[in-house]
Design a protein. Sequence first.
Length: 152
Amino acid sequence: MIGIYWHQNGADHSIEQGTLAEDDGLNSLVFMMLMTDARAKESDVLPAGITDRRGWPGDSFTETPWGSRLWLLRREKLTTATLQRAEDYAREALIPLLKGYAKRYRVTASRTGADRLRLDIAITKPDDTAMSYGISLRWDSHQLNAQVSYAL
């Protein structure tokens, strides 16, 4: 699968030896699940000034909605409640992994600075190999910026 790599300004592909770089698919899948904006539920409170409930247009063609609701936290203060919601939203977004891509996964959110939230994600694949991801989200008044690291 063509690898998708996340950096401060969004997602991108990289070129290695003259061709698009590839990964095993799980890296790209996890990034897309977390960084695609899922549609807000009717019960969700939208950030101030936002009326669009967002969502991925392809959801009309799939049985499971795509993406995460992490975008709803964009203007929240980094409190214990915000950390819990970030964990919940990430867990919810990764549920489709259990349909053959992972046996199990664990998500932990922590505050790593005045304006940083870190999501640590550990995934056990069906063959019992493990992968871990660290996603650092920087809060500001207008957007979330992500830095991603992963290890096999």
